[in-house]
Design a protein around this ligand. Sequence first.
Ligand code: SF4
Ligand code: SF4
Length: 192
Amino acid sequence: MTQTMVKSPGTEMAFIDEVCSIPGGEAVRSCIQCGMCTGSCPTANKWDYPPRKAIAMVRAGLRNELLSSNSMWFCVSCYSCTVRCPRDIKPADIMHALEIISIRSGLSTKRSRTPIMYQCFVDSARNYGRVYELGMMIKLFMRTNPFSALKLAPVGLGLFLHKRMPLKPSRIKGIAELKAILDKARALGGAK
Ligand code: SF4
Ligand code: SF4
C-alpha cells in the first residue's frame, strides 16, 4: 500500500477534509485506532480494508486505494461497532460518507452489487414513491448477474404466496413532491 498524500481530484481538499465535509464523516478525526469496530463487525472478513484500517487510510490520504475497494460496500449498518466504540464514533456513517464520495468520483467497485442496488432503489422510489420490490430486484439482477436470481427464487415465491411481494407496482399520491425532494438531494451532492 503506497502512501499518496494528494488533494482530492476536482477539489482543493485533502481526502480527510473531503470525508469530513459529509455529515458523519467528520468522526474520522476522533478515532484512536483501537480496532474495536473491526473486531465487532460481522462482515469485516469480506472487506479489502476492514473498518479500522479504512479509517486509517482516510487519514493517510490513500484515496483511490480505498474508494475503489469493496470495503464500505459491505457495511450493513448493523451498528455493532457503534455500541462498542470507546470514542462514540459511528463507523457506519463514515462508511456511508465513503460510499457517496466513491460514487461521485466514479470509483465504486464492480465487485459489490451494493452501488447498483442503491441506484435501483432510488429509481424505484422516483418512479413509484415507494420500493417496488419485484421490479427493483429484476433490474438489479439484470445489471449484475441474472443467474444469481435463481438462488433467491424460493424466497421470492414465499413472499408472493404470503402476499408480501405484489406483481404489479403501485404509485403513491404526491409523487411530484417526492421527486422534488430527490432532485434536491441530488443537487446537494447525492449520487446519481
Ligand atoms: S472502535 Fe472507534 S476508536 Fe476504535 S478504531 Fe473503531 S472507530 Fe476508531
Ligand atoms: S455498522 Fe457496518 S462497520 Fe459497523 S459493525 Fe456493522 S457492518 Fe461493520
